[in-house]
Design a protein around this ligand. Sequence first.
Ligand SMILES: Nc1ncnc2c1ncn2[C@@H]1O[C@H](COP(=O)(O)OP(=O)(O)OP(=O)(O)O)[C@@H](O)[C@H]1O
Ligand SMILES: [Mg+2]
Length: 232
Amino acid sequence: MRPVIEVAGLRKTYGSGPTAVHALRGLDLTVSTGDYLAIMGASGSGKSTLLNLIGCLDVPTEGRYRLDGIDVGSLNERQLSLLRNRKIGFVFQSYNLVPRTTALSNVELPLVYAGVGRRERRERALAALELVGLTDRAGHRPTELSGGQQQRVAVARALVNSPAIVLADEPTGNLDSASTSDMLAVFDRLNALGRTIVVITHEDEVTRHAARVVRVSDGRIVSDTYSAWAVR
Ligand SMILES: Nc1ncnc2c1ncn2[C@@H]1O[C@H](COP(=O)(O)OP(=O)(O)OP(=O)(O)O)[C@@H](O)[C@H]1O
Ligand SMILES: [Mg+2]
């Protein structure tokens, strides 16, 4: 399989001098197209830092990163945000939806930034909402939806521009077990459709769905295993 994420010697240091925090201390990771990867590790071990670098939300202090064959280090701010918009779908623990507008408009948002026309926007956003099982809630605002439904809107938004990879930082952290199962079913479906998924989690139920589990400790990968038990 073609590698979609290639990270080598990645370091991230926040601040400098005696108060510097070495969040990543030389990390190598290759993720193939269609992989379903769970990242685990203690609080403060560097998981979100890693995901933010993979998602082009931040730049490393040192090291190399190729996203879908593109050397990210050589890009300027504008090129980086273009790449992010085209290749990455992000899901956060706190949903991060725009509160005063409908589910449909929230899902359309990345397409607005990408300059897609109104009609195509609507069609693609509805298709994404259908994929997460929320067609009947398209006209509702986030406050009129449950936490699990809001998170599925966030997933639809992450998918709507057909990103090469979906990155999720503790997406089920605020969800009850029924909503967690719904969410995981959506990720399974996406992965079956060929999407690459990288998800940070503390929950065994989530790692059971992933094909591969990477453990991070103190800014380094300490184990990387393929699961024979992945629920698929
Ligand atoms: N913007 C920042 N400025 C300074 N230090 C930071 C910043 N972001 C993260 N850190 C530090 O870097 C280290 C790694 O943080 P990170 O958020 O990547 O951990 P994490 O593994 O995601 O933890 P958690 O499970 O609690 O979310 C921590 O020591 C944290 O305090
Ligand atoms: Mg984190």
